[in-house]
Design a protein around this ligand. Sequence first.
Ligand code: AR6
Length: 179
Amino acid sequence: MNDKRIELVDGDITAINVDAIVNAANNLLLGGGGVDGAIHRAAGPGLLAECRTLGGCVTGDAKITKGYRLPARYVIHTVGPVWKGGGRGESELLASCYRKCFALAAAHKINSIAFPAISTGVYGFPKQTAAAIAIRETRAALRDDDGPARVIMLCFNRESREAYEAALRQDSRPAGPVL
Ligand code: AR6
């Protein structure tokens, strides 16, 4: 079962020793608060200098940079949707963030990747729905032998951990006849 490749880890994403960490950024890609601020502080000014060359990023897309002073070799910057009640395509946009991150990970031969709970801080996306989308897209990326060997979901608080635990308890098998 590919869920064995998904780990829940408590703590700060900037300290994780993986090939790539994901940043929950905004459209400008020039830093901000929350996990974005923490990543830029830990990576140092080289990260902002490279981000300035990227021309921003549309919501639901992702761009990759080096990790500079971080233990991670790469940072994948993705822009999650602002929650506006659920009727503005927020779930599809959040799913797109995860898909674009996994596509970049494949293109750069990234074997281990750590995600924060994209959009669930300042952007207000409900944690439980966001965790279900994160786990569904991760399972899709790990189908067969595809995807990174390790996918870490960073749990910055207890609510996030509980949301991921609940999402992982949801059966990933397609519905079929009861044997
Ligand atoms: N490590 C891991 N997770 C963290 C950390 C950390 N160091 N710090 C916060 N979180 P948020 P968003 C969690 O607000 O909702 C920024 O200003 C946090 O508890 O960082 O996508 C950007 O520039 C929450 O669960 O990102 C954008 O303007 C999750 O990370 C905007 O915020 C995401 O919270 C993006 O908002």
